[in-house]
Design a protein around this ligand. Structure first.
Ligand code: UDP
Ligand code: MG
Length: 321
């Protein structure tokens, strides 16, 4: 299988036939072996029945039906888990992403990139309620992760299967796929893609999403920097704060013992105790983090590193067979 297209679908009944036609028109001429994996995210309209009918007529269409609504990220995850194509392309079902941009993504992938992210250079959404918050959030994320992506909200992306296969996505984290990929050592780039206004159905999101994304950013930043060594960040601040508390406490004790000052009315005493307690707690959290991290990796047999390739000529060079 060359190509898997992953489509999250939630109440998109008016769009499905158009999406199918547009995808087919773009994909068939490419002469690739492809499949379209639709994740029906607990739709309450006729989306599932329509998808099922398409799947019956065209066996390249596959439908994964969720028991309830889990959100767009879960749709992508399900697609990644079921994908068999060497390249996995994600695209929204609402026709805002243009399937005609897919060949441009594939051209970039052919240059050797692991992830190619779409960039909606001319985004057709409301300015104040959608584009502005999205730009600010995007800027903040770039500052935090150091990965210079212009448009994290664009679902149209191409990925090599091995990059997304064991990517675990929670919350709104599909937006951070380029950041996570960069952090896994993947080569990534962006290409401008076409964007269209939504013609049928409603957007499933409001301004609340921006805040959820920003909370996820805290998680991402932590995972990116300290996933495998939590004691380094918690322990460091534990030692700094606790150490300051101990020094302050010693100084106060000295004042009491040698200068006969009473400590009962000294706010510094409260501060010293507070700092010591905070220090101990942070160090404990760091140690707990170390244990959780080991459980996470070792119970799943995960590696803390990613291998791009192994060179070993002892088994004979590849072309010598
Ligand atoms: N979607 C989904 N589950 C949800 C919300 C959205 O699968 O809970 C799908 C939706 O059907 C669409 C895509 O995710 O294909 C993007 O949703 P939407 O167009 O509402 O987002 P926007 O373009 O407004 O950011
Ligand atoms: Mg949309």
């Amino acid at each position: 299988m060359d190509l898997s297209i992953v489509v999250p679908v939630y109440n998109e009944e008016e769009n499905i036939q158009y999406l199918y036609d547009q995808l087919t028109n773009v994909l068939e001429p490419l002469g690739l072996e492809y499949e379209v994996l639709c994740a029906d995210d607990g739709s309450s309209d006729h989306s599932f029945e329509l998808l099922q009918e398409l799947a019956r007529r065209d066996h390249r269409i596959k439908v994964i039906r969720f028991r309830r609504n889990y959100g767009q990220t879960a749709g992508f995850s399900a697609g990644f888990d079921h994908a068999t194509g060497d390249i996995v392309i994600t695209i929204d079902a609402d026709l805002q992403n243009d399937p005609a941009s897919i060949p441009a993504l594939l051209d970039k992938m052919a240059e050797g990139y692991d992830v190619v992210s779409g960039w909606r250079t001319d985004r057709k959404d409301a300015l104040v309620s959608r584009k502005l918050p999205s730009r600010i959030a995007n800027w903040l994320i770039t500052q935090t992760t150091g990965v210079h992506v212009h448009d994290r909200g664009c679902s149209l992306r191409a990925h090599r299967l091995e990059i997304v296969r064991d990517m675990r996505l929670y919350g709104e984290m599909h937006r951070f796929i380029p950041d996570i990929a960069a952090w896994l050592g993947a080569r990534w780039t962006e290409v401008p893609v076409n964007h269209r206004p939504r013609r049928f159905g409603k957007s499933k999101y409001g301004i609340g999403r921006t805040f959820r994304v920003l909370l996820d950013l805290i998680t991402i930043r932590y995972l990116q920097g300290y996933m495998t060594r939590p004691i380094r960040i918690f322990g460091k601040w534990g030692v700094v704060l606790g150490g300051a508390g101990v020094l302050l406490g010693l100084w106060l004790t000295a004042q009491k013992l040698f200068m006969g000052q009473s400590l009962g009315n000294r706010p510094a005493l409260v501060l010293a105790v507070l700092l010591m307690v905070m220090g101990l707690q942070l160090i404990s959290i760091g140690l707990l983090g170390e244990m959780v991290m080991r459980t996470y990796y070792e119970t799943q047999g995960l590696k803390t590193y990613r291998v791009r390739e192994v060179v070993d000529f002892s088994r004979g060079t590849p072309d010598a067979g």
